[in-house]
Design a binder for this molecule. Structure first.
Ligand SMILES: *Cc1c(COP(=O)(O)O)cnc(C)c1O
Length: 377
């Protein structure tokens, strides 16, 4: 085994993301017993800081061993009852993931799909709510496959108007933008560590409301690790239900403290908006490239780029390898989406991740190198 063969690339993909040096170093802090008083030293500030970053008093955070999907699966298992219908609203691959999680857990689920690059159209959603009468609606806050950000406040309100309980997947935006959780008021908000929080993967994070906990009491077959009731019971005593990755808890304690007390929450959110604008300005400056997402719905954490006509999957692969030689991991796009785009004769979409602890300086340097490599293609 020769770990010096592990190449230290700067990850410009949409997760996992680049880690700050301090976060890497925190990986060598002491291991500890998660039921011991040492555990609380990490857990108490983690839970407090998660609530601060979500700007909420009312929601309770849960750490699920696993990843974002685990938290989403827990929402489906715990919050959709046997004879109920869940409407999975999708603007891309991750909206479809919620649908898969509903169906694989035996839920009666309907998929409402919007064109890639487009946000949810409230009028179409309204018709679907009237037609299917769902009790639960899932929404994707930030669709990582295309770089579309939905405005969850009016969409959650619309679901409520029809008596449905909204659940939001915010995996790739939490930590990079104000998620307006209290204002939107979903029953549960699902996220993870390895995207805009700038940490390694390892926990799904769920913010649960009192309403969600009450609802779960009436749902059968919630599973064990997917049961928000047994999970929240442990979270309330600063523990996880099953053995957590203590290395990640060390890193998380440090990183959340950095976000809240050093960088500042508002400053972090502003930095992400500035990087979205920076990426768009760059796109305007290069010929043939356009933002994939509709104007007004472009993500602060990931930009989908419409590649020029004629740029095929092969050239994106080559570009990826050329960028690797320059020290970067380039994101050639969500492969299922690009296959569909290619089959339909449409322009391909690659992605630029600017989440977590990527700085505007790093992004500027990356775009410069990318432009050089694009010119050589
Ligand atoms: C990455 C991602 C997921 C899946 O999360 P995992 O942590 O990989 O399980 C779900 N939804 C969105 C929007 C994502 O970006």
């Amino acid at each position: 085994m020769n770990p010096t063969e592990f190449v230290d690339l700067t990850l410009m993909i949409t997760g996992p993301t680049h880690l700050r040096e301090e976060v890497r170093r925190a990986g060598s802090l002491p291991e500890f017993g998660h039921r011991d008083s040492e555990g609380a030293k990490r857990f108490v500030p983690i839970m407090e800081n998660l609530k601060k970053i979500a700007r909420t008093e009312d929601y309770e955070p849960i750490l699920f061993n696993g990843s974002g999907t685990t938290s989403m699966e827990a929402a489906m298992r715990s919050l959709v009852g046997e004879d109920e219908c869940v409407l999975n609203v999708s603007v891309g691959a991750f909206g479809e993931l919620f649908h898969k999680l509903a169906r694989f857990n035996g839920k009666d689920a309907v998929l409402l799909k919007f064109e890639p690059g487009k946000p949810v159209d409230p009028d179409v959603l309204e018709d679907a709510l009237a037609e299917y009468g769902p009790t639960v609606v899932t929404l994707t806050h930030n669709e990582t496959s295309t770089g579309v950000v939905n405005d969850i406040v009016p969409l959650c309100a619309l679901a409520r108007k029809f008596g449905a309980m909204p659940i939001v997947d915010g995996v790739s935006i939490f930590g990079g933008a104000d998620i307006r959780l209290d204002e939107a008021g979903p029953a549960m908000y699902c996220t993870a560590t390895q995207k805009s929080l700038g940490l390694p993967a390892g926990f799904g994070i769920g913010f649960v409301s009192q309403e969600a906990l009450e609802k779960a009491r009436k749902v059968d077959n919630r599973g064990y690790t997917t049961d928000i009731l047994s999970q929240v019971e442990k979270a309330r005593v600063n523990q996880t239900l099953t053995t957590p990755n203590t290395t990640l808890l060390n890193q998380m304690a440090l990183q959340l403290d950095y976000i809240v007390n050093q960088e500042g929450i508002a400053e972090r959110f502003a930095r992400h908006e500035a990087m979205r604008d920076q990426t768009q300005a760059w796109l305007e400056s290069v010929d043939g490239f356009d933002p994939f997402a509709e104007e007004g719905f472009r993500s602060p954490t990931a930009t989908g780029v419409s590649a020029p006509e004629g740029m095929d999957l092969e050239s994106l692969k080559r570009l990826k390898e050329n960028m690797r030689a320059r020290g970067y991991l380039f994101d050639p796009g969500y492969s299922k989406l690009n296959k569909r785009q290619e089959e339909a004769g449409k322009r391909l979409c690659f992605r630029i991740g600017h989440m977590g602890d990527i700085s505007p300086e790093m992004l500027g340097e990356y775009l410069k190198v990318l432009q050089e490599e694009l010119a050589k293609l």
